[in-house]
Design a protein around this ligand. Structure first.
Ligand code: GRF
Length: 192
């Protein structure tokens, strides 16, 4: 059995993708320890989910730091302390800066609720609905300094021809909860 990799998940809110990855690590479908959860919103629901899995959380308020470089330097220390080798962004509502990009080059991934390169940025689902899209989807991609622009690792389509946002969101989330853990599982196995 290959050695277990250490991963981190960054989230700002609900954390359902965090939990999908935590579950995969707990049941062994992802050969990794989810070593730490990072959130820029203390008290977000993801913190409660992490507690249920016994996963340590680093909570911080960006406003308490002079700059992004300063809080990312603090985060880098935490990530190194936990031996983190791969960072998975899951609803983390911040652009990653140079400190983390340099330290974790090619080892930061994100999930985005559209078929990139269509609809990058905020409210991808709303953007796609307003466009009248019939095939929605989700993308897992590497993070670089562009907005949702890093190279694509995996995608899955969601067919929906209606205008009920709640229904569409739940279909997209269901797809994410399958695609993200499966993608992370493949990546941790290929880490050198
Ligand atoms: C997901 O739809 C993800 O694609 C986007 O943010 C949302 C996070 O949802 N980046 P959750 O917090 O994991 O429930």
């Amino acid at each position: 059995m290959a050695i277990k990799r250490k991963i981190a998940v960054f989230a700002s809110g609900n954390g359902s993708n965090f939990e999908a990855i935590a579950k995969g690590c707990a049941d062994g479908t992802i050969n990794a320890d989810l070593a730490v959860c990072v959130t820029d919103r203390p008290g977000a629901y993801v913190v409660e989910r992490a507690a249920r899995y016994g996963i340590p959380v680093v909570e911080f308020r960006p406003a308490d730091f002079a700059s992004k470089a300063e809080f990312e330097t603090m985060l880098l220390g935490e990530l190194r302390k936990h031996g983190v080798e791969l960072i998975c962004l899951a609803g983390y509502m911040r652009i990653i800066g140079d400190v983390l990009l340099d330290a974790y080059c090619g080892r930061i991934i994100n999930i985005h609720p559209s078929l990139l390169p269509a609809f990058p940025g905020a409210d991808a689902i709303g953007q796609a609905m307003r466009y009248g899209v019939k095939i929605y989807g989700v993308t897992v991609h590497y993070v670089d300094s562009t907005l949702d622009g890093g190279s694509i690792i995996s995608q899955a389509a969601v067919e929906y021809d209606g205008n009920d946002r709640e229904i569409l969101e739940s279909m997209i989330h269901e797809k994410e909860h399958a695609l993200y853990p499966a993608t992370v599982a493949g990546l941790v196995d290929s880490l050198s």
